[in-house]
Design a protein around this ligand. Structure first.
Ligand code: G3P
Ligand code: MG
Length: 246
């Protein structure tokens, strides 16, 4: 039997806040998950042109805001006034893109735990990892730190170089050759793997290497049961109204 390091996070994690019930990556989305008992949320963090960390999934603004173009090309002063809620429904009109600082305030007051996915704009992988890690260390200094995850090794490397003590996770859509060595070399505490790519053998190998295993995006009960039986450590879900967290 392998012993894994302590893990401060709950099993169930709301994806993009609770990004199906409310506009993803907004404070309204985090609240929607918390009302249903979710104590942790995943969200996507990126940088404005003047290096303000804020929450947004896409590289461009059109799908989830009333802005246009590449988000990373705009200064925060231009992004701050965008409407990030009306696209989801009229009652969310006026919802803003949250800064990392606004998210930290919300976490402090509500006890929400976080998985911050580093989502760099074009050519910004290392910069995003470094800036976000430094801001997280400052804003969460006396709180349980967010888990920093990314598909981008350069973001995880830069986050480690900036603030080594923050927990990191390598995101994987597939189990590419050398995935476990890559995660270990990056000093990760966990891997976060697409649910279709995981089985009991992979989870066991990761555990034997001292890594936790989370999975995204798990929205079907049968898939959740399969992964729980296989020993998964956490599930990221859109279906916050289907799965009741502990
Ligand atoms: O962090 C897990 C998941 O959020 C990765 O995919 O595209 O939803 O950010 P995406
Ligand atoms: Mg994400």
């Amino acid at each position: 039997m392998h012993t894994l390091p302590p893990w401060p996070y709950p099993f169930w994690i709301a994806h993009r806040g609770a990004g199906k019930l409310a506009p993803e990556n907004t404070l309204a989305a985090f609240r929607a998950g918390q009302v249903l008992g979710y104590r942790m949320a995943e969200c996507d963090v990126t940088l404005s042109a003047d290096e303000q960390p804020f929450l947004l999934h896409d590289a461009t603004l059109e799908r989830t805001t009333d802005g246009r173009g590449v988000a990373a090309e705009h200064a925060w002063s231009a992004l701050a006034g965008l409407d990030a809620g009306a696209w989801h429904g009229p009652r969310f009109r006026g919802e803003r893109l949250p800064t990392l600082e606004a998210l930290a305030d919300h976490a402090r007051h509500s006890g929400l735990l976080l998985n911050l996915e580093l989502k760099p704009g074009p050519g910004q992988a290392a910069r995003t990892g470094a800036v976000v890690a430094r801001e997280v260390a400052r804003l969460w200094a006396d709180l349980t730190p967010p888990l920093l995850s990314s598909f981008e090794c350069a973001s995880l490397e830069a986050a480690r170089a900036a603030v080594e003590s923050l927990p990191r996770a390598l995101l994987l859509e597939r189990l590419t050759p050398g995935w476990l060595d890559t995660a270990r070399d990056l000093g990760c505490a966990a891997v976060v793997v697409h649910c279709g790519a995981l089985d009991v053998a992979a989870i066991t190998r990761a555990h034997e290497a001292g890594l936790r295993v989370l999975s995204y995006t798990v929205n079907r009960a049968a898939e959740a049961r399969r992964l729980q039986a296989a020993g998964i450590d956490g599930l990221i879900t859109d279906a916050v109204d289907r799965f009741a967290p502990d």
